[in-house]
Design a protein around this ligand. Sequence first.
Ligand SMILES: [Zn+2]
Length: 364
Amino acid sequence: MLPRMSRRADSVWSSLKGHEEPLRQLREALSRGRFSQSYLFVGSAGIGKRRFATLLAQCLFCRAIPDEELEACGECSGCRPFLAGSHPDFLLVERESGKRELTIDKFIGDKEERGRAGLCHDLSLRPSAGDRKIAVIDDADSMNDESANALLKTLEEPPPGAVLILIAAAADKLLPTIRSRCQEVRFSPLSETQLAGLLLDQNLVESDEEARRVAAVSGGSLVMAAQLIDPQMRELRQILRNWLRSSTAGGIDLAKKIVELADQVQTPGLDQRAVARWSVRFLVEAINDWVRLDCQPRLAGDSSLADVASWTQTSTVQGPDRIDLATDCLEPLLALDASLEQNVPVPLALEAGLCEVARLWQRR
Ligand SMILES: [Zn+2]
């Protein structure tokens, strides 16, 4: 067998950006015989937790390389069906698109098949190919209490050979009883450089410059970056900048425009609420640029600032007053974001928040 170092270049993990620390932790646990049966992967959405869990599963199914090396050959009788998406001992549950909750039927079957289907049932059956079954539960933080209690029984007494990997962006939304039965592994957001690299690798952007620009405002999340690249999101960003420029900026019209645009967007995950939250981010970004330009007028080469420069000149407030006004505007924007996070109807939340911003912005 090749020594471990010589395999690094074509390691299965080379397709993943970042997350060296979780990888180190799990390798160590395996080599010390302390690998847990239940893990909870925690970290922001869109940073590669599920991809990590999938690679981990492949390595554990690989029959050519010892577990503690946490690598996969890609060709053995464990790897091939896994890569083809047909490994009989790999189970995955995730929230269906458009649904807010991970429902109980995913765990113990629907009403007709209660207890005879679902993840908990499947996991209780003997592995068909080797000695291990691996279950990945994505969006675990969207389990309702009923689902969580069904899963809890399995977590309390996992069947021999079963490995459960729960994935969550907000661990505090999980029942404490679930959390306490899992080994927690923390995932950090991607760095701007890692995210920019990923955007280029996946051909999601056309240039280094665009990759850097998108990565800078995506909070280390590929999901956020992919949403930002949507052409209608670019249009939205421009609409909001034009709105700030206009001397008669009104909140109600803008709220309507945002909702209309949101209803046309096709990118998965970009529903009305997500688009509204992007509007808040874009406004914060534009107002920050407006302040920065006043404090530091020469910023050649930054296209987003050049855009703001064309309308910042008309402002009547300057220096510290400008910072004050920006701070005042941030308050209703943060409140708007908080209400969008709740179940408040999007058009209502937008109207209230944007009218308040418009009122303050008149001081400009
Ligand atoms: Zn293999």
